[in-house]
Structures are given as structure tokens and as C-alpha cells.
Design a protein around this ligand. Sequence first.
Ligand code: GLC
Length: 735
Amino acid sequence: MRKVDLKKLLDNLSLEEKIGQLLQVCGYYYEIEGVVTGPQNSAGFNEREIASAGSVLGIAGAERLKKIQKNYMEKHPHQIPLLFMADVINGYKTIFPIPLAQGCSFNPELVKKCAEISAMESAAAGLHLTFSPMVDLVRDPRWGRVMESTGEDTYVNCVFAKATVEGYQGTDGLNKKGRIAACVKHFAGYGAPMAGRDYNTVELSERTLREQYLPPYQAAIEAGCSTVMTSFNTLDRVPSSANKKLMRGILRDEMGFEGMVISDWAAIEELINHGVAQNRSDAARLAIEAGVDIDMMTTCYCRNLKELIENKVVDEALLDDAVMRVLQLKNDLGLFENPFKDADEKDEKTLILCDEHRAFARKLAAETMVLLKNEGILPIPKKGKKIAFIGPHTSRRWICGVWSIFGEEKDVISLEQAVRNKKIENVTFSTGCPILKDTDALELAEKDCTAIAEDNANKQVLLDEAILQAKNADVVVLSLGEHPAQSGEASSRVEPALDAQQIELFNKIYEANPNVVVVLFNGRPLVLGEIFEKAKAVLEAWLPGTEGGNAVADILFGDENPSGKLTMSFPRHIGQIPIYYNDFKTGRPYTGNKGKYFSKYIDCPNSPLLPFGYGLSYTSFEISDVMLDRDSMTCKESIFASVRVKNVGKTAGKEVIQCYIRDEVGSVARPVRELKGFHKVELQPGEEKEIVFEITEEMLRFYTIDMEYKSEPGKFTVWIGSSSQTQNGREFILI
Ligand code: GLC
């Protein structure tokens, strides 16, 4: 087992060899199968640069990566192994629900296990690092990447950032089998692009950035996250990859991050587009000075750093620090001892998509789904009903998120297949309408465009068949939503809603048979409009992954009781966006009072259609009034707030008890309420449990008028309930 003296190794490297460690090229350059997840650079890399690169992204497979590593090591003069990185965002081959769905589970233990399985499968396939978790706070469903986040709440994003990092990395060493390094992204504030348009300018006050956007990155770092990725956006007009104050001042000096920083794809070269760099040399200087270690997919570093250092424009010490962080990561992964780490064809065969992983994926998917409406039509009895399953997601397998780059549709269980697996009788299946218009498909969903073109060519036939089946059924299960390519990176939508042909399908089916259950397969909150009013039930299934069809069928037929809660608000109207629960009162708060001069719309209520923390169950729960063990506390004390929760229904179920706090008066305006804790509790019919939250002074801290992070004495309100709209509250005083 080779032990290596990193300092000595660094000192033996030439300038070119050091710079090579800071270059990352995609697997495409090692062979055609590499997945390309960003714009192809005009520059292109020459053979020497590819041979010197220190890491590769977007390629996987034990045999393939072992071959690449072996060839590389044989040629590398200092035997420094390659790092293999990729976007394992919601699973490697066993695809799990998208992260936005995972957040709705309010079950960090399950999400941690999801990351563990993702790590095991991808490590067996030779990967060393995943560009996950994405912890960007999101409040605008026009932005396609909300599907990669766990939602609009800082506390929830902190909980899942920790769970995911620990799931990927474990806590006993990256070199342990089945562990991969995590990379928290995108630092920072990428989730708040103006107008929801990807890569657009971000305007956040420092207080909002620090209070609401930075904590989840901090949580990931405190969980031991090995690496950080810079974001494409500007903050206060400075692009992150050139932002010394952000990357060195805040990330390293304040947040204490000591690991490797990698740019996002081409983000260093894009400093030129931002207009803060004259050319690639300027961009390289700005980025290395800001503390960006690895240059993903551009020639800025590999073709300019040498001259910048030789001309004393850049201090070689900056280069040495960056290279040392890369070498340290390789050493932490044990790559100097074993460059192939866990790459193992046998493990691939036994681990990938094994029954245990599939069963877990099915369980997790069911826990992420949110029952938005149910007028008693769900669960559907397994016998005695004629059921028409209609919709573009019914029989096709496009129910995994767009970042499921290594997943294969052939492994996915569609809703139709799941219903057949359950041997439900008297069922019919039809597509009803194309998932996308032809033109959209060509641009968006190239791999599915043949199927979509067929559906567009048979539109009338599809519709007629669906209407006939609806007329002959007792219940219609109508699967609607988005094609996976309509969310994710570079997939912003000005109208986050169902496409026109799906709305037409709903109306025609509803006319034929009003007993309609809508199942939504989508990557973002959608404006649902009349469909939500008319449907007898609405189940939000998100993009649930390999076992998604089974999970939906489990819920539809009552084998699973839905327990998900929304982590992102559903607007009534697009005009309300951005809309989120923890906003501010304003000087003219509107609480339904009569009169004109209040902060409200004249054509729409202020409230969302469906709020953060909302979700129904097949059973019902009663929550007692909030009890406090005391009404006041000093900074050194805490208050215990509790409720009793009882399952007053006929089936076992899980409820997410949420604890919100409002600081009634502060030296700056404070949010109307903020989530400070939650417990997901399972109760049998008739069972009752006490749920207790400890309120500590630390929970009450914020950035005061002087930008000091501390609490201020005064009156607070604590609410405990089953959504962000709970009014079940009590006041207390911080002395
Ligand atoms: C993309 C994404 C980033 C991803 C990276 C590598 O542009 O912004 O989230 O990890 O490139 O694929």
C-alpha cells in the first residue's frame, strides 16, 4: 500500500504538471460515451492537455474507468491518479425521486440511505465524487433547477444537505468502500435568478444571502463535505468564480471550508461573457486569486497560468495551494494506495438495481409523494371498479429527472406496468395526448422525439380512444405533467403550468367522466388552475424514478398511505411568483381586511394555492394546543414546546409536525414565520404521541441592524402544526 508524502510530491512537480492537476475535462475526450452536461467549448483540448488533466467528469463504468486509469497511470511520471467525478444527483442506475421530491418526504434518514445507495452503486462503477448535493434555496418555479433543490426553506435545506453529504461520504473516511466525495453546489445564491431565468443575475441583500441562502452550504461543510462548486451567477455584480470576498472571505475564512473548490462547467471562461475579464488569461488570474482550484472544461488555467506565474502576475503559492487541495482529496479517497478504489465489475453486477435497492427506491418514492386533494375517491378499491388509466405518463417511462444521466428507461417501472403487476382487473390504458408539441420535442427531448412525433401524428386517435375509455370507466386516473426535459438546467419556463394539449385532455375526459384522479409527474410546482378545482383528487408524484410507477400504484390502491409535505409553494397564478411562506408583513399587511390600501392584488388572493408544509393523508390527525413548560427564557435557557398528536382515522399514517417561530419585533423586519424544526411521526389508528421541540436562543438569532448574528430580547410566537398555515400557537418572551 503506497503511502505518499504530498508536500514532497508537490515539490517534485513541474509548473505544467501542477497546472494539469487543475484541469478537468469530460469523459468525452477519453471516449465517445462520456456524458456532456454543458456547452461544448470552442477551444477543445490538445492531446498533451488531456494527458495532463488531473480529473475527468461525466463518464462511468468499472471496466471503462479502470482502463482509462491504468493507461493514465502508466504514462504519468509521478503516478498521480485521475479523479473521476460525475453528476449522480438522484441515484446512479437505481434512480430515486428528484431532490425536490426527496425534500417533500421530510425524512432525512431515508434521504441519507438514498445517498448511501447512490454512493455504493457509483463507487462500484469507478466514480470518486458526485456533484451533489445542490442546496440552492429556490422560490421561483419558472427556474428549471428547482427540481434539484429541496425547496424554499433554509432549515429543510440544511437538514437534507447534512443527510445527503453523510450518506455519500459516511463519517469514517472517504477511502472506505462504497463512499464517494460530495460536492455542495452552487456556491452561492444560484437559486435566485432574476425572473426565474437560468444563469441570470442574482440580487440579494447581504442579510438575505447570509440568513437564508448560505446556511445549507454551511450545513454541508459541517457534515464534512469534501468539495464546493462555484455558481454561474453574479452576486452584487461579481461572478462567483471571480468573487474573492465570497470564495475566500466567506467560504474559507468565515465558514471554515478547507477543501477543494471546482468551477462549474466553463464558469471561469464565462467571466469574459460577464464582462469582468478581458480574455482567458485575465479570467484565469481572477479565478485562481478567488480560490477556484479546478477549472472545469476550459483552457483558461492550462494555457495561461504558466505565463501568469512566470511573469509574476500570479504568485506560484496560489497554484501550490490549489494543487495541494486536489492532491489531498485524492489522498483522502485512498487513490494513491489504490487508483481504482471501488471500481469492480462483480460489485456492479450484484449491487446495481438489486432487489434491495429497488425496494428502497419504491419506499422512498412513496414517501416523497404529496396528496394535494382527495374528495374520498382515493384509495381506489382493488376490485369492483372499472378504471381507465389515461395520460402521456401512463405507459411511457419518462418519469425520471433529467439529471438521471446514467439511469436507463428500460429499468423503469411505468404506471401501467405497476398496475398490471398488482393484477388489478377491469383496467384500460391510453396515452390521451402527446406529452409535448412536436416542435418542443425536437428541441427539448431529442431521445424521445420519435415517440412524441408518433403521438402528435395520432392526436385525434389518442383523444378519441381516451374519451371512450373514460366513458366506460367508474374512475379515471389521469397522469399529467412535464417531460423530464422541461425541468433541470437551462429549462426555465415563463409559464410553469400544464401544456395546452394536456389541459384540453383533462377537460375532454372530465366531460366524459368527472370522477377523475389526477397524478402529476413534474419537476417544479405548477399553476394548476381549474384542474385542481375540478379533479376529485390530485396526487403530486414529482419525477419519482425507477420504481415510480410502483410507488404511485401503491398509493392509488392504498398499499401506501401518502405522507409527503410540500417544500415549495404552489402559486395560484404565475403573477404571484416568487411566492414563499416565510415572507414579510410589510407596512400594510393584508389579512383579508376591507379597504384598498393594503399589500394585495385586486385580481387574486395573496396566498398560494398550496402552501409550504402542506400535504394530506388517507387518515386524519388531531393536534392539541401548544403547551410550553415556561413562558419566558433567558439566553442561557430553553423552552420546551409540545403538542399531542392523535390518529383519529381508520388507517395507520405518518404526519409531519412542524414548528414555526416568529420574532414579533426586531431591529430589522423579521419573516412572518420560520420553520425551526419538524418531526415525522407514524401513528396507528387511535394512537397518540407527544411531540416536543426544544426552543433555544440559537434558533432566535438573525442578522441585526448592525449585521451582528445574534438574538434580541422580546416577544416571540411559536406555532406547531401540519403546515406553514397553522394558527396553533403560543407566545413566549426572550428576556
Ligand atoms: C452543469 C451544472 C452543474 C453540474 C456540472 C457538471 O453545468 O451547472 O450542476 O454539476 O455542469 O455536469
